[in-house]
Design a protein around this ligand. Structure first.
Ligand SMILES: [Zn+2]
Length: 60
């Protein structure tokens, strides 16, 4: 362990990438995503799950 919160950083970065993509992509909407947008959304969702799971475990 390095002590740095890599998971949180990656989660934030994925969130920013996803938001930036949605703001600039002409194909992505609230209800549908282009393949690139879908990939970004999935990696963001995966990191968010992992991060929130860890937060829950720490709280006990
Ligand atoms: Zn897109």
């Amino acid at each position: 362990m390095t002590g740095r919160d890599d998971l949180h950083e990656r989660y934030q970065a994925a969130h920013t990438a996803h938001r930036t993509h949605q703001a600039t992509c002409r194909t992505c909407t609230d209800t549908s995503r282009c393949p690139a947008g879908q990939r970004q959304f999935e990696s963001f969702a995966r990191l968010q799950d992992a991060y929130l799971n860890r937060q829950r475990q720490r709280r006990r």
